[in-house]
Design a protein around this ligand. Structure first.
Ligand code: ADE
Length: 271
């Protein structure tokens, strides 16, 4: 009798847990460094509510019926890692997608073009020698294993983003000779706590490992995700070419670049 009662309770609990799990799959988190890097997606969010932890506001809601969390990390690696750690602790996301802007390093790319990162690395983590920087992989405090210098994107998210980018309707980018369809590549993104606005400095960075773009948060988020086993992807549209015009170009192309990166994310989510 008691055995049957316990079995009945267990079955009921398992059913309730599986029903609950079906009703609320874990959310996908979308991060941007600046408010306007996620503004377009925020505008599409339904059933929103927000909660703030340690000064970081996390906006929850649905995008086309899928549960998501949108958060602004602030600029730089420490802000990004802190936000990502808080996010992981409070929400257990099933995946993290960073959607934002970057400076272009690949000479074939123009402002407005998009780099989906197959790998990210911290260009300012390592040994500064007389004529270069030798990048390091650092130890994972959880496993004591050395982490790779180049943190790989989650292969499923990468494939989803590549497919979405061939289907997403992008806003065309203004140029001196008219509107241009943005080009999308899969490539290497360098992350560090510096805004690049110098041709010699950008060439120095490009010379090491040939990154396609540079930004200030992606690899920091990727490292936290790597440690915690959370699938992660960095998508960046170029606001500038990291050269002497970078600041002016940033002002000019930031909004359209941010929206086009957001469009890939929306397409990935509704696929
Ligand atoms: N994000 C956008 N443009 C950038 C640049 N030129 N350097 C670093 N991060 C950036």
């Amino acid at each position: 009798m008691l055995k049957n009662l316990i079995l009945g309770c267990l079955t009921f609990c398992l059913l309730a847990i599986s029903l609950y799990a079906q009703q609320s799959p874990p959310p996908i988190a979308i991060l941007g460094a600046l408010n306007d890097e996620v503004a377009w997606l925020r505008g599409q969010l339904q059933d929103t509510s927000s909660i703030t932890f340690t000064g970081r506001t996390f906006l929850t809601g649905n995008l086309e019926g899928r549960p998501v969390i949108i958060a602004v990390t602030g600029v730089g690696k420490v802000n990004a890692a802190m936000t990502m750690a808080l996010l992981a602790d409070h929400f257990t996301p099933s995946a993290v997608i960073f959607s934002g802007v970057a400076g272009g390093l690949n000479p074939d790319l123009l402002p407005g073009d998009i780099v989906i990162a197959s790998r990210t690395f911290q260009h300012d983590l390592g040994e500064a020698t007389a004529d270069s920087v030798l990048n390091w992989g650092v130890r994972d405090p959880l496993t004591r294993q050395e982490m790779p210098i180049f943190l790989p994107a989650d292969s499923l998210l990468l494939a989803l983003a590549q497919r979405a980018s061939s289907e997403a309707g992008f806003e065309k980018v203004p140029t001196s000779v008219g509107l241009r369809e943005p080009k999308v590549i899969t490539g290497l993104i360098a992350t560090g706590d510096l805004f690049f606005s110098s041709t010699p400095k950008k060439e120095e960075l490009r010379f090491r490992h040939s990154p396609d773009a540079v930004e200030m948060e992606g690899a920091a988020v990727a490292q936290v995700c790597y440690e915690l086993g959370i699938p992660c992807l960095d998508i960046r549209a170029l606001s500038d070419r990291a050269d002497e015009n970078a600041m002016q170009d940033f002002e000019k192309f930031f909004q359209i670049a941010a929206r086009n990166a957001n469009r890939i994310v929306l397409d990935m989510i509704i696929q």
